[in-house]
Design a protein around this ligand. Sequence first.
Ligand code: BG6
Length: 484
Amino acid sequence: TTKEPTLIFMFGATGDLASRKLYPALYEIYKKGNEFAVIGLARRQHTHESYRSMVDRALPQGADRRKEFLDRFYYQPLDITEPENFARLKNISDQIDTQYQLNGNRMFYLSLAPRFFGVAARNLKKAGLTETSGWKRLIIEKPFGHNLESAEKLNHDLLEVFDEAEIYRIDHYLGKEMVQNIEALRFANPIFESVWNHRSIANVQITLSETLGVGDRASYYDQTGALLDMVQNHIMQLLTLTAMEPPSRFEPEDIRQEKVKVLKSIRPMSSDAITNQIVRAQYKQGVMPDGTRIGGYHDENNIDSDSDTETFVAARLFIDNYRWTGVPFYIRTGKRLAAKSTEIVIQFKDIPNNPYLYEFNHIGPNLLVIHIQPDEGLSLKLNVKEFGEEGETVPIAMNFSNNVKRQADTHTPDAYERLLSDCLRGDSTNFTRWDEVAFSWSLTDSIVAAWKDIPLDYYEAGTMGPASSDRLLALDGFCWWPLT
Ligand code: BG6
């Protein structure tokens, strides 16, 4: 891995994401020997000193080499819509570049609302900031548009300034340890790869459940909803990693190519069958498992009492290719559910005409569960004979755990650290390529178009969603496996 010195332009430097995730991540990366300097950019007034104190507060307690890290942070107040501000920025960046010998390598991190992406890129170019003797890379946060059309427009604006290979679209789920492990699990273990298809797999269940409500993000969330907030990006990423063909080489482009093929093969939604394909729901008041009483979505601050934004989505998808013919992929995500958990369950088919099935009561299907968070690990559910004379079968689980209990309801702390470090090295594997975004939007758009006519369903806070979500699986004779 090459660690090249870099000048990092942190747009949205005073924002929540920067403090919660980006500064702590940069600090870890710095301690691992990466050379960089940072220019913080936002509208607010700050001196270099007051900005450094702000970054300082974002770091963990008692962190070592703190001062030398903070000394590399500079601040420049900037209005993104003012080209003159960028001319000033050019001067200070050239100085810092020379001072730290950063060889003209530049990473632009836009931790901004997407409506500013285009103008920020344009103004960077106009001021000559993107003409540099080293490399340049752009990192952007979601949401990448709100449908295919707006995403295309956004992409078009960015391509005026950056090449596709220079654009790093963040999906922080791709930085999670066990998400990165899906490929290793599948392709480094012949016992799984040989059964990873419609002949042996009965269904796949992907759950991203959250206990949190919308918190202080009401204005964003109410316009977005669970489909765009979680399905279009995170769930689609997990689904493609689970379903893709083995890439011929472990190169970013080969891997991403295989993921795109999966997205292209997902059967589009049709309006007439929509109620058998998708459920949209919103939470009502309820009681969380810890006993806390929770109001409904309409009781949240800044949510209109007639808002019909969905806080829960479940869907039954089919991937129309050879490997997955006839295998349903069930997905679900929601706020204010009974647990914070991300899991993928692979349910294997039963043995045909299995005499054990008729003899014994305690026999269940083989399940492979990939625990993504808060636990990180795997479990494989098998049936064995009970010890002793009776000879009944009992289900057992072989468990592997990384033994890192993540704090519930937070982003995996090191996801951003991994992704930032990948970007500094120029490895785009775990970032979303444009065609992935585009195909994922086409699917989401087809859902939005089809579900206009289905009424919103409701679920009690603290449950695992509405009964209609169970019905999607019952159609095929299956059920959601309880989260473990
Ligand atoms: C974000 C969504 O992308 O992911 C949030 O905007 C959600 O609504 C979050 O809470 C979940 O991330 P994690 O890492 O906590 O599972």
